[in-house]
Design a protein around this ligand. Structure first.
Ligand code: 0WK
Ligand code: BGC
Length: 935
């Protein structure tokens, strides 16, 4: 009962009190354009009293909207879902049509009175032609209220009859089933009936999966092979019937015998389902909104009377105020009040006023004539005033229904806008049902009120082309997604490694390590196991100032490293980052080393160190055969480097020659160090247990402390030697071929060094983005992505940077931002596309992390066995942008090591200062040793 203070009877009410649904004030007030006869009539006080309970102000509708929003949240939340009145049932619709759907699909649409069987053909070409053949079968009461088995047998028989009638050679079909009853759906093709409604009450179906019941009935013949791939609520069928060209249509609204709505929610907000990516169709089942009393303060006495007399008192409150099954009855209750003094047997009969009639009565042209006909049929001699009153009653009831619907719809679109973090939402809403079709003003009122109740949303109502087409589209989309998923699974399966496969990689690397360590077999191994002449890790007694260079990663750095006692603050570093342009990295070697010398000179100048000659540690992150600490023959370039005239040369000598050439200053190179070794030393300074160095950045590699007796390429039995494994080349001898996918081969063939660094090309930052790009090209080609449309940009090598993987996979990144990254690449991206691209990134990065983990497991197991230990505790010093910046990489590496080396407890220590510090510490150790030897 709306409160009197809301609706003054006389005088001009405040705008907020203006009730859009009140005949006196609202849109349906004294008919502006009605017939002249209507012009002369007016609302009596009695009429106003009868209609006032139906008057809902905009304020009230805002309240309905916010209560609907709360009820929706309760339905979406895992915690409150089971008690929620608005159940928010996931429909497992993950995508809307994208215009590439093609093929022939069967639809079974069970309506309140009829069953519609339909064959829909989609051309799948640009103009997406849709042809439909259909047939309707009336559903007798005996079927609607008989045993469930009979109902499904009836559905199957109608289907066969329909197909027989088409005389088609084809016998294989996919089918979508529209079952407009409250169901708990667990998959698109699995749905359990919760409760019947409208005129259906078949025994033995509630609680059962209606797809299984239908499929079993259909399988009782073998003329046709029909697979039920989707069960759809009529609202989702309505939503999906929108023409894709009308732009995104992500809401469906049905006001027919019953009422219901659905929309495409953000999957992460639908807590009752596992899926957290992309969208998920949700059927609100808003008919039961208010069953918890949320609408009690606006129920009219007529609503209460109707409910008490209904099949399900206290339930479907919202539906009983809006839908076609009840509008007629509400009017009937009002008429029995208005004409209480002139009662007739017919008027006393429940159900004597049809919704179809009252919808017609609201029509300005024919309404009054229909009112007269209906009142006569009720046994009343109707005056013009009676007909006018009847029309006002019908208008008030219908417009209130439209108002409540608008409040519900406003709640949905505001929810979507908020959850997509949009400032403005633009969407079409597909509407269908007898009330919409028969009452033009219903849509109009709805459209106007939604604008007022959800001003942040642009909503366009689109009259659905019958939900059958929509159900066909759901089936077609389901078929498309299933076919795409198959393609995607087949493509990505190549990159998914089982624990056994990872164990094989671990064993293969171990074998290569053993081959590499032995003098006789070193040349056969793809892992060169290079001695570094580092026999000890820092012991904290190092002191002095050192210069360090760090070449080979993302940046080239020059560092001044001051090593003092812990009291003096330990190690202090001043460094400068310089770039190595590609033309320098791939030009003449002399140019590269001259460039390095220029950078040193620039640094020394800036630090006021010109004229000082400090011992220098040179981190040179490429495979070098060392014969001493300060000599290293470059075996090959890797990553983006390919400077000429260097391979086979001692790079320390090349540096010294450049210093001479430039004659800027003198250099005292005391050590050349691989970045893995520098990283191990740098971390070892803080954790003496650190005996492994790992880099996963532009490139990848590892080193570890090996027992000298095992290093067959060097003399000596006692003590240990740090071995630079150069595992990037693991598999260059073909031992890993079984693990290379076509994408890996493509990346290798297009690289600067085909056939080499094969393991690195599966793992490191320089290549992951390119692997992803090639998979995206393949999936686009197969029509699984971007509607099969490639963008020139995406066809550009190396355009998909590895840093994209890290951002695309970061948990906090909404899909909208994934779309933004892809749109930057000139792609038209759907929500599903971004979900799939994220999946591809996840699979490629996970494989890289697991392979890296398998390799670390091989190394730590080697150390454990070297020392014949049951259990080994060891620290791995790590550096590299991929390991450090990718959101899941580090954890996936550690997980794999735990699985494959359970007898090693491995601590991963991220290096703070990079390997430049390690190089300086090595220089410090070298100087200390040299001092002792001189002493
Ligand atoms: C930082 C180290 C450097 C190493 C680099 C690797 O100081 O020696 O080469 O990490 O990571 P990237 O820069 O290639 O990602
Ligand atoms: C190089 C290694 C280096 C690794 C990490 C590889 O390409 O061959 O020497 O340690 O990249 O930077």
């Amino acid at each position: 009962m709306s409160s009197s203070q809301e609706m003054p009877l006389v005088g001009k009410p405040l705008p907020s009190q203006l009730s859009p649904t009140c005949p006196v004030h609202g849109l349906a007030g004294v008919s502006e354009s009605g017939s002249p006869q209507a012009q002369s009539q007016h609302l009596t006080a009695q009429m106003q009293n009868s209609l006032r309970p139906l008057c809902l102000s905009l304020e009230t509708l805002h309240r309905v909207k916010s209560r609907m929003l709360e009820a929706m949240e309760r339905g979406l939340s895992r915690r409150t879902h089971s008690q929620a009145t608005v159940r928010m049932l996931p429909a497992f619709i993950r995508s809307t049509p994208d215009g590439t759907e093609r093929g022939e699909f069967l639809v079974l649409e069970l309506g309140d009175t009829h069953l519609r069987v339909l064959l829909m053909e989609l051309s799948g070409d640009t103009d997406q032609r849709v042809t439909m053949k259909e047939r309707c079968f009336p559903v007798p009461d005996a079927i609607a209220q008989g045993p469930g088995e009979k109902l499904f047998a009836f559905l199957a028989t109608c289907l066969w009859e329909f197909l027989d009638g088409l005389h088609m050679p084809q016998t294989d079909f996919e089918l979508g089933f529209s079952f407009p009853f409250t169901c708990r759906q667990t998959r698109l093709d699995q749905s359990y009936l919760i409760s019947w409604s409208k005129r259906f009450q078949c025994a033995g179906v509630e609680g059962r999966d209606v797809v299984v019941l239908l499929q079993d009935a259909i399988n009782k013949q073998d003329r046709y092979h029909i697979k039920v791939i989707a069960v759809v609520n009529d609202t989702t069928g309505t939503m999906m019937s929108c023409d894709a060209s009308a732009g995104p249509c992500e809401v469906g609204l049905v006001v027919d015998a019953g009422t219901n709505s659905c929309f495409m929610a953000e999957a992460r907000h639908v807590e009752v389902v596992e899926e957290s990516e992309g969208r998920m169709g949700v059927v609100t089942e808003w008919g039961s909104f208010g069953d918890d009393g949320a609408l009690n303060d606006m129920l009219s006495p007529y609503d209460l009377q109707l409910d008490q007399a209904s099949l399900n008192p206290g339930r479907q409150r919202f539906e009983k105020m809006i839908s076609g099954l009840y509008l007629g009855e509400i009017v009937w209750h009002i008429l029995t009040e208005l004409f209480s003094g002139r009662m007739t047997p017919v008027l006393l009969t429940k159900g004597s006023v049809q919704t179809q009639d009252i919808l017609e009565i609201t029509d300005e042209q024919v309404g009054l004539a229909t009112a007269r006909r209906v009142l006569r049929a009720l046994g009343l001699e109707a005056s013009d005033q009676d007909c006018f009153n009847m029309q006002q009653v019908c208008k008030a009831v219908c417009i209130r229904a439209a108002g409540l619907c608008a409040a519900g719809l406003a709640a949905i679109v505001s929810h979507m806008c908020r959850n997509r973090e949009l400032s403005r939402l633009k969407t079409s809403v597909a509407v269908d049902g007898a009330v919409f079709r028969a009452h033009a003003k219903f849509s109009q009122t709805l459209q106007q009120l939604v604008k007022q109740l959800a001003p942040e949303c642009d909503v366009t109502l689109v009259q659905a082309e019958g939900s059958s087409k929509g159900i066909g589209m759901v089936t077609a989309v389901a078929s498309r997604l299933a076919a795409q998923r198959l393609q995607v699974n087949q493509t990505l399966a190549l990159l998914q490694l089982s624990p056994a496969a990872l164990g094989t990689v671990q064993a293969l690397l171990r074998r290569e390590m053993e081959l590499g360590l032995k003098k006789e077999t070193n040349a056969m191994s793809s892992v060169r196991m290079l001695p570094t002449y580092i026999c000890a890790t820092p012991d904290g007694s190092e002191r002095g100032d050192f210069l360090a260079l760090d070449l080979g990663g993302t940046n080239f750095r020059v560092l001044l490293v001051k090593v003092g006692s812990r009291e003096q603050g330990g190690v202090q570093i001043i460094s400068e980052v310089y770039s190595i342009p590609p033309h320098v990295a791939q030009g003449p070697g002399s140019q590269l080393f001259d460039h390095i010398v220029e950078c040193i000179a620039d640094f020394q100048t800036k630090q006021g160190m010109m004229g000082q000659t400090l011992p220098l540690g040179f981190t040179f992150s490429f495979p070098c055969q060392q014969t001493s600490l300060d000599q290293g023959i470059l075996l090959s370039w890797t990553k983006g480097f390919n400077a000429s005239g260097c391979v086979g040369q001692d790079v320390v000598k090349l540096l010294r020659e450049a210093v001479k050439r430039k004659n800027h200053f003198a250099l005292d190179v005391v050590a050349i160090v691989n970045d893995t070794v520098g990283t191990m030393m740098s971390c070892g300074y803080h954790d003496p247990n650190c005996e492994v160095g790992l880099i996963v950045g532009t490139g990848t590699n590892a080193c570890y402390m090996e027992q000298l007796r095992n290093v067959g390429t060097l003399a000596g039995e006692e003590g240990r030697m740090c071995i630079n494994m150069e595992w990037g080349a693991f598999g260059d001898n073909g031992c890993l071929d079984a693990f290379f996918t076509p994408f890996d081969r493509q990346v290798d063939e297009a690289s600067l060094n085909p056939g080499r660094q094969r393991f690195e090309k599966l793992i490191s930052g320089m290549y992951l983005g390119e692997i992803v790009r090639r998979i995206l090209l393949e999936l686009t080609d197969k029509g699984c992505l971007f509607r099969g449309r490639l963008s020139p940009k995406l066809q550009t090598p190396d355009i998909f940077q590895t840093k994209f993987l890290s951002s695309i996979e970061s948990d906090g990144l909404a899909l909208r931002q994934v779309c933004a990254i892809l749109e930057e690449l000139g792609l038209h991206v759907s929500c599903e596309d971004s979900v799939l691209v994220r999946e591809v990134c996840q699979v490629v990065a996970r494989r890289a992390a697991q392979l890296c983990g398998a390799a670390v497991a091989a190394v730590v197991e080697k150390i454990r066995e070297n020392r014949s230990l049951e259990q080994l505790a060891v620290t791995v010093g790590v550096d590299g942008t991929l390991y450090k910046l990718h959101p899941h990489f580090a954890q996936q590496v550690q997980e794999t090591v735990r699985q494959l080396a359970p007898r090693c407890s491995v601590t991963f220590l991220q290096s703070e200062d990079g390997s430049g510090k390690g190089a300086a510490l090595i220089a410090a150790v070298a100087c200390r040793v040299a001092r002792h030897q001189r002493a």
